[in-house]
Write a protein that binds this ligand. Structure first.
Ligand SMILES: [Fe+2]
Length: 222
């Protein structure tokens, strides 16, 4: 008879077959781990990732949680409360984020989540992709609440050569990793690390925050 072991996770106890559990644990890796069609979260090897998933899940929000009545009144006000420059900033932000949220979510789902093998990390990355869906949906909510024409924002966005080049750069990087990559080679490991840095730091951590800074500065002026 198989030896049974119990593991404690948070306030729950799970029963596992010891031999299989030890083999599954040993085969778990962030990358280059065992590929299985079973979603073997247990036994958890990367507890920090599982905890992170729980935290991300608890942070769930809906765009409609934010009341936009005051924004709508201000946007419709033609007495100059919102200058043309302010409107330009908002439309550019909508244009940029409409494209960027989709690109980031797509990369998480089709590159990073595909290449990572540990199921605990796949949970985190799946939740991250869902978060990007919420961000994209929040733009739909803003556009429809304010009565903005999204195509006008897109056109402004596409008119700027440097922005076009940046988008081209990140999309090309993401597309290049959508294949069966042999992650045992140093070169490909570096390509994945570069991709994660590009999307996580250069885009989310720098470009996005730069733009948030502009939008939040408008709020401070009111
Ligand atoms: Fe996002």
């Amino acid at each position: 008879m198989a030896q049974i072991t119990t593991i404690q996770l948070g306030d729950r106890t799970f029963v596992l077959d010891r031999e299989k559990a030890e083999a599954a644990y040993a085969a778990k890796r962030v990358i280059n781990g065992r590929e299985t069609m079973f979603f073997n979260i247990l036994p958890v090897k990367y507890a920090w990732a599982y905890d992170l998933y729980k935290t991300m899940k608890a942070n769930h929000w809906e765009p409609e949680d934010i009341q936009m009545q005051r924004d709508i009144e201000q946007w419709r006000d033609s007495s100059g409360k919102i200058s043309e420059t302010d409107r330009w900033i908002i439309k550019m932000a909508i244009g940029y984020f409409s494209a960027a949220e989709g690109i980031v979510g797509d990369n998480i789902q089709h590159v990073v989540r595909e290449l990572v093998t540990a199921p605990e990390l796949k949970l985190v990355l799946g939740r991250h992709a869902h978060e990007e869906n919420i961000h994209a949906d929040s733009l739909v909510y803003m556009i429809s609440s304010l009565g903005i024409n999204p195509h006008e924002c897109e056109a402004m966005f596409e008119d700027i050569e440097t922005i076009k080049q940046k988008t081209e750069f990140v999309v090309t990087n993401s597309r290049a990793l959508r294949r069966d990559m042999d992650l045992s080679t140093l070169e490909n490991k570096q390509a994945l690390a570069k991709n994660i840095f590009l999307f996580g730091q250069c885009m989310e951590g720098t470009q996005f925050y730069g733009l948030f800074g502009m939008v939040l500065a408008l709020y401070r002026q009111t």
